[in-house]
Design a protein around this ligand. Structure first.
Ligand SMILES: NC(=O)C1=CN([C@@H]2O[C@H](COP(=O)(O)OP(=O)(O)OC[C@H]3O[C@@H](n4cnc5c(N)ncnc54)[C@H](OP(=O)(O)O)[C@@H]3O)[C@@H](O)[C@H]2O)C=CC1
Ligand SMILES: O=C(O)C1=N[C@H](C(=O)O)C[C@H](O)C1
Length: 245
């Protein structure tokens, strides 16, 4: 039996329910749960580490309470504003935080491969990211697609906010070598598909990951919580947890 005690936030959601099952399967204690309408402070007092897959709108309240009580965080929620992202970075100066847009082993391997392929293929290849998710997903593009674009941008010396083209519509003109396209498809019950396209004249490379179960994210987040126990304050990601850096 692991001796960490978890608070699961967003506990009634698709991921929250999967994480409660994953914790039980890994003999990790879920000490408390929080969803809309529940009081955070007393629930947090019962736990050492929070696993948060809720909504970005909960971010500031959660960070504030974790700072007050000195609790560690595993954040899986996506779709944060730039301001909320800055608050997570600030909080990580005082708290150990794992923050990852995707907790699956496969996608974190895709992150690694994407960096490697971008470096190897060089500047002649056009870069595009396509993602598909279930009809209930609220944020777009997915956090994983954003991370993929950030990796591509980092290798090419580009910036997510400036150089990412979210879909294309109308008389947008010819593609420039400085842009990275990202395209979000929504429908049905798709758990999460991501493809990175490297397109040159005469050839194309595509790297694809397809998740068929949320258990892969849930198991990864519990693993991240176990890894985080006893770590110093800092901002970590799932590649740190998996030793892929
Ligand atoms: N990093 C990763 O590996 C993954 C990340 N995700 C991300 O996790 C998040 C949740 O996804 P998913 O489980 O599918 O979504 P759901 O909508 O199924 O679950 C979210 C839950 O959080 C609740 N919630 C919303 N606001 C608050 C709040 N202020 N306080 C407490 N609870 C709140 C929701 O309640 P209500 O329905 O009433 O709003 C809901 O029960 C999303 O941002 C998603 O992108 C998902 C999968 C993997
Ligand atoms: O909302 C989801 O479902 C998912 N969200 C994450 C994201 O936005 O990248 C991860 C996964 O693809 C499923």
């Amino acid at each position: 039996m692991s001796d960490i005690k978890l608070l699961i936030t967003g506990s009634k959601g698709r991921m929250g329910q999967a994480i409660i099952r994953a914790a039980e399967a890994q003999n990790v204690t879920v000490a408390s749960t929080v969803d809309v309408g529940d009081a955070l402070s007393p629930a947090l007092a019962k736990a050492d580490i929070v696993i948060d897959f809720s909504s970005h709108t909960f971010c500031d309240e959660l960070l504030g309470e974790c700072l007050k009580q000195g609790k560690s965080l595993v954040i899986g929620t996506t779709g944060h504003t730039n301001e909320e992202l800055a608050h997570i970075r600030e909080a990580s100066k005082a708290l150990p935080i794992v923050f990852a847009s995707n907790y699956s082993v496969g996608v974190n391997t895709l992150f690694w491969l994407t960096r490697k392929a971008t470096e190897l293929l060089g500047p002649d290849f056009d870069l595009e990211v396509v993602e598909m998710h279930h009809r209930m997903k609220k944020d777009s593009p997915s956090g994983t697609a954003r991370t993929l674009v950030e990796i591509l941008a980092d290798v090419r010396g580009l910036e997510y906010d400036k150089d990412c083209k979210h879909g294309r519509f109308g008389d947008v003109g010819a593609r420039t070598p400085k842009e990275i396209g990202v395209h979000a498809i929504r429908g049905g019950d798709v758990v999460g598909d991501h493809t990175v396209i490297f397109a040159n004249v005469g050839e194309r490379v595509e790297l694809t990951h397809k998740a068929s179960s949320r258990d892969t994210f849930a198991t990864g987040s519990v693993r991240a919580a176990q890894w985080l126990a006893g770590k110093p304050a800092g901002l970590y990601d799932m590649q740190d947890v998996l030793g892929l850096k």
